[in-house]
Design a protein around this ligand. Structure first.
Ligand SMILES: Cc1cc2nc3c(=O)[nH]c(=O)nc-3n(C[C@H](O)[C@H](O)[C@H](O)COP(=O)(O)OP(=O)(O)OC[C@H]3O[C@@H](n4cnc5c(N)ncnc54)[C@H](O)[C@@H]3O)c2cc1C
Length: 418
């Protein structure tokens, strides 16, 4: 096979695996990594963050976790170390160009109309076939020196849960500009590192917006620091299934919902007649499973009126669940974390105004735990509007994680036959 020039964008879990497999195929990919650290989200998550997947399910099939890691949910440092060990072991580290951000990429040599008519990438159904065009990547280094890198294929591994924060919009005068205190996103919090983050929170009135993984982790760190003296307030728009683990009434729910079989239980974009029929026929099973697990997980939630309105299965299928941080409900009971449910909120001079409250939640620091714009991030990679338009699925997509990237996977990842 003629060696092709391959570029990989991102040195997180996905980029490292892509690089390892390409090395095995005889390629020498260039891995562009904007950060100075390896590991993507695991390089800089808050210290209290740990995996939400059980360890055996979050493992490269060709590189087991070391025996020293025995935790069911390893910490973010353990995950980062594991990824570093993987990269070293397979020679991936040598391919990574740290501090190199890809600003955009363009396919040149073939018109967009022709590309649009191709059934598979490269026009011949083979990713390593004779594509006549080439990708031009504009890459900036840490000193903002910009250069062009040329590749036959590009594997985009930029992740969904980092980079572009999802910040709510506000009417004029009701947003962060109206507030006298500090406003940041959990992304900035993660980048600060433990020491600076603790200094920022210590003794402060902190309000966290959101109720999923990052928001819960930041609230837990805040409650740990400030206790009941300065409770951390969480403003919650949507109640979520936050669960202690993957056992409900002693039954491992991962056997039904986190394996390949569970793929058949949900409707997917572009599915054929048979898969659609199967997902419809299996609807009662989905319902039964959900009710069974919900009856267990909702027990501690009921006390705080935090049982979600949507089903647990739906939450699992869309990856909108979180593993409960240690002592979360204890903290709610003792009052070091206080929940305010509100569909909307706005800022004022003293803090945050929520629905039905006559006075604001007085705050010194407000932290948005409102997630990321993974869709925007991938669109921004392309100069061409056509590529931007096919890069992400519809916003209504049931499965926002990887199936949202259905087309992009088709073009760049599946076609590499990794
Ligand atoms: C707090 C948290 C907990 C999570 N827990 C779990 C879990 O338990 N189980 C699970 O399955 N998933 C979990 N996830 C999802 C997690 O994102 C994935 O598991 C996985 O780490 C994604 O890896 P990735 O390589 O696709 O992306 P990322 O880890 O996001 O890595 C992307 C890399 O691309 C780089 N990059 C981005 N844009 C550019 C650019 N333009 N140029 C150059 N480099 C660029 C970034 O710097 C980053 O290093 C969690 C996510 C978070 C944030």
């Amino acid at each position: 096979m003629e060696k092709k020039r391959v570029a990989i964008v991102g040195a997180g879990v996905s980029g490292l695996a892509a690089c390892k497999h390409l090395l095995e195929r005889g390629c020498t990919p260039a891995v562009f990594e904007a950060d100075t650290l390896l590991g993507g989200v695991w390089a800089r998550a808050p210290d209290c963050t740990s995996l939400q997947s059980e360890r055996p399910m979050y493992q490269y099939s060709d590189f087991p976790w070391p025996d020293s890691v025995t935790e069911v949910f390893p910490s973010r440092r353990q995950v980062a170390d594991y990824l570093k060990a993987y990269a070293r072991h397979f020679g991936v580290l040598d391919c990574v160009r740290f501090g190199h951000r890809v600003l955009g990429m363009e396919y040149v040599g073939v018109g967009e109309g022709e590309v649009a008519a191709w059934e598979e990438w490269a026009g011949c159904g083979d990713a390593f076939g004779d594509g006549v065009g080439e990708w031009r990547l504009t890459v900036a280094d840490a000193d903002d020196h910009v250069e062009t890198h040329v590749a036959d294929f590009v594997v985009i591994c930029i992740g969904r849960f980092s980079g572009v924060p999802n910040i709510p919009t506000f009417p004029p005068g009701k947003g962060p500009e109206a507030f006298d205190g500090q406003v940041i996103h959990t992304m900035d919090y993660s980048k600060m590192g433990t020491k600076k983050a603790s200094e920022m929170l210590k003794g402060k009135r902190v309000t966290v917006i959101g109720y999923l993984k990052s928001a819960l982790d930041v609230a837990a760190e805040c409650a740990e620091l400030n206790g009941t003296q300065h409770p951390c307030t969480m403003v919650v728009r949507t109640k979520h299934w936050i669960i202690p683990g993957y056992y409900a009434w002693g039954f491992p729910i991962s056997n039904l919902c986190l394996n390949r079989f569970s793929e058949f239980l949900i409707h997917k974009p572009g599915e054929g007649f048979l898969l659609s029929l199967l997902a419809t026929i299996l609807t009662p099973l989905r319902w039964l499973f959900s009710k069974f697990a919900e009856s267990y997980y909702s027990i501690p939630m009921r006390k705080h009126a935090m049982v979600p309105d949507h089903s647990l299965f739906e939450a699992l299928a869309t990856c909108l669940i979180a593993i409960t941080p240690k002592d979360h409900y204890k903290r709610l009971d003792e009052g070091s974390i206080v929940i305010k449910k509100s569909k909307t909120f706005s800022f004022c001079k003293e803090g945050v105004l929520v629905e039905g409250a006559s006075s604001p939640i007085k705050s010194d620091v407000v932290i948005f735990g409102t997630g990321f714009r993974g869709d925007q991030k991938i669109k921004d990679m392309f100069v061409s509007e056509y590529f931007q338009s096919i890069a992400v699925g519809p916003a209504s997509s049931t499965v926002p994680l990887y199936r949202l990237f259905h087309y992009i996977s088709f073009l760049y990842i599946a076609s590499l036959q990794l």
